[in-house]
Design a binder for this molecule. Structure first.
Ligand code: ZN
Length: 263
């Protein structure tokens, strides 16, 4: 029994231990197709429970920025697994926030459109969310949440030819929301910030605007921490690390044509 356990643990690490796009070691065991299904389900649920903004000008702007960023992300991170398609929706919500779900689903709150002063500031947050998806942070988070024992169970399911989301959920006794809606860790946030900065620069959005965006966000939070900020790093440290990285992002920005999503 003990040796079986040892084999399972070894298999778990061999199959699941990879590097993130920035070279961080991580464990991501949930099959991507399963995760994409879970992201899709959660996104549909959120759309049903919230008000989706249908103004064509708003949707065109957000769509244009997202497309420019996705295409740049593909160039910048060719090794990262790209979702089959991306979907972005704007939700009626005054909190300046955005979120990403596995499988390429991105939600933008209307409050963020109020807070962002220009297309590059909006691209800062959407780029950050695209980075969470590309770096498979949802998978890592869910893997951690399930724990080693569940991880071993997943490896068992992994080797079966048919892996169904329902099977895994049933086996683990979890709901579709688990792991998908949990906040990202600080390490994930930092990685998404730095990847997002490179992606926006590559897409032709002025990377210095990322610093302005987080300054605006910090101002808007006032004494009451906003939901977005409470699950995200302290804004001083985030701004400082972005400022450091500008030396890398600016030269990239200068070699590409400027983005044009002003509508
Ligand atoms: Zn984030």
């Amino acid at each position: 029994m003990k040796s079986l356990l040892l084999i399972l643990v070894t298999v778990t690490f061999l199959t699941g231990c990879q590097e993130s796009p920035t070279g961080r070691n991580r464990l991501a065991l949930v099959p991507d197709a399963v995760l994409a299904d879970m992201g899709q389900d959660s996104f549909e649920q959120i759309k049903q429970q919230s008000t989706v903004i249908t103004r064509p000008d708003v949707n065109r702007l957000v769509q244009c920025i997202t497309e420019a960023l996705v295409s740049a992300a593909d160039t910048q991170y060719p090794e990262a697994p790209m979702p089959q398609s991306w979907e972005v929706a704007v939700f009626e919500n005054a909190t300046p926030n955005a979120f990403a779900l596995p499988g390429g689903k991105i939600g933008v709150h209307s409050g963020l459109l109020q807070l962002a002063e220009n297309q590059a500031q909006l691209a800062t947050v959407i780029g950050h969310e695209i980075a969470h998806v590309l770096a498979d942070h949802g998978n890592e988070r869910l893997t951690q949440e399930l724990g080693l024992q569940a991880g071993m169970l997943l490896v068992g399911l992994f080797t079966e030819s048919e892996i169904a989301e329902g099977q895994i959920q049933q086996a683990l006794g979890i709901g579709a929301q688990l792991g998908i809606t949990l906040p990202f860790s600080r390490a994930h946030e930092k990685e998404a910030d730095l990847m997002g900065l490179e992606i926006m620069a590559r897409a032709g959005f002025e990377p210095g605007q990322s610093v302005r965006l987080w300054q605006n966000m910090a101002r808007a939070s006032g004494a009451q921490p906003l939901e977005f900020l409470s699950t995200h790093p302290n804004h001083d440290s985030r701004i400082a690390s972005l400022q450091n990285q500008l030396a890398v992002a600016r030269p990239v920005f200068e070699t590409v044509p400027p983005a044009n999503c002003q509508i």
